[in-house]
Design a protein around this ligand. Structure first.
Ligand SMILES: Cc1cc2nc3c(=O)[nH]c(=O)nc-3n(C[C@H](O)[C@H](O)[C@H](O)COP(=O)(O)OP(=O)(O)OC[C@H]3O[C@@H](n4cnc5c(N)ncnc54)[C@H](O)[C@@H]3O)c2cc1C
Length: 310
């Protein structure tokens, strides 16, 4: 059975386990790791082989050397497919890899079939498109939260990979790494539940209401661009075309109108709940459950009900 390369970025995230789960349907799973990674966890989810690249050449620069390493592995291993996460880093590596190999590329898939056909959700999730790479092997980036990770124990053999980065790979150097201060909430793009607030939340202080509901549900907090631009919430939590793409099981939109640019970042969420005082708000075209009402009345009541059921 041909190998399927799963590119692991920055340790082993939930999306990595999802990629491993999908990859098992395509072939024998090999993970590609850069620097330190939890190899036991990769084995737990079916990685039969781990290609490990480390050292200054891959860790001291931005993503370019990683694409070089994977391109070299593709030539050596001739895998059936390469799967990456649809994150900023994953998509940049995938694009560089496709150019290096003169290969087709599909991004933002929500499903990858055994023959490499990728499914993408388009037009605010109202249509599904099935596409296949017609030149080269399937290089596909998959959105986080597209599948439920399923364990399948394997004992991976670790193979060290040494590939020298070229001078052009070394044009942007990492000068400092600062650990992000993490709160108790899940990471936005990885969260199974996201509660987002928009301009309707009114001010930064009121965002406590959004945070409270997110905490009760064990979710992450997101925001629309209007909320971010108005200074209600920090930019790294913006959901949408120019923000993060999320695809949780549950997305709760509070005081968000549902502009196309916002939808672009959340339209593949499994269940969408919207609270908006305007019954004509476009978010209701997308929502599975909608409450036409004032969020300052609806959210505290919802929070009370959730507390009672805990
Ligand atoms: C190139 C480009 C990129 C963009 N990228 C993004 C992006 O990444 N993400 C993004 O979100 N936007 C993006 N936008 C902006 C986008 O077009 C919208 O302007 C923005 O999404 C609107 O945010 P909003 O829904 O919070 O605000 P509004 O459109 O002002 O909607 C606020 C909503 O709150 C409701 N409301 C008000 N008070 C209450 C209340 N008390 N209770 C309940 N409901 C209430 C109102 O009825 C209204 O529907 C982008 C725009 C452009 C041009």
């Amino acid at each position: 059975m041909a190998e399927v390369l799963v590119v692991v970025e920055n340790g082993v995230k939930k999306v990595t386990l999802e990629l491993l789960t999908i990859a098992r349907g395509l072939g024998s799973v090999s993970a590609v790791v850069f620097g330190e990674a939890d190899t036991a966890k990769l084995g737990e989810y079916g990685a039969e082989k781990i290609y490990a690249a480390s050292g200054e050449d891959v860790e001291g620069y931005l993503v370019a050397p990683k694409a070089t390493v994977i391109a070299s592995l593709v030539q050596q291993v001739q895998p059936a497919a390469v799967l990456l996460a649809s994150t900023q880093e994953g998509k940049e590596i995938a694009a560089r890899l496709a150019i290096k190999l003169d290969n087709g590329l599909l991004t933002d898939a929500v499903e990858v079939a055994a023959d490499g056909t990728a499914t993408q959700a388009v037009f605010a999730g109202s249509a599904l498109v099935k596409s296949k790479v017609t030149k080269g092997l399937p290089i596909v980036t998959v959105r986080p939260n597209s599948v439920t990770p399923e364990p399948a124990a394997a004992s991976p053999a670790v193979e060290q990979v040494t590939v020298a980065a070229s001078e052009t790979d070394k044009l942007t150097r990492v000068v400092e790494r600062v650990a992000e201060q993490k709160g108790s909430r899940p990471e936005l793009t990885e969260a199974g539940i996201v509660v987002s607030g928009g301009r309707g939340v009114g001010n930064a202080d009121n965002f406590k209401l959004v945070e409270e509901l997110a905490d009760l549900l064990g979710g992450a907090v997101g925001a629309s661009r209007a909320a971010v631009d108005s200074g209600y919430y920090p930019h790294q939590f913006q959901v949408g075309q120019t923000g993060k793409t999320v695809s949780p099981q549950l997305y709760v939109a509070l005081g968000i109108s549902g502009a196309i640019q916002h939808r672009a970042g959340m339209q593949t969420s499994k269940t969408i709940v919207a609270v908006n005082k305007d019954a004509e708000a476009p978010i209701f075209e997308l929502a599975d459950f909608g409450v036409v009402g004032d969020l300052f009345k609806v959210v505290p009541q919802a929070a009370d009900e959730i507390r009672k059921r805990k």
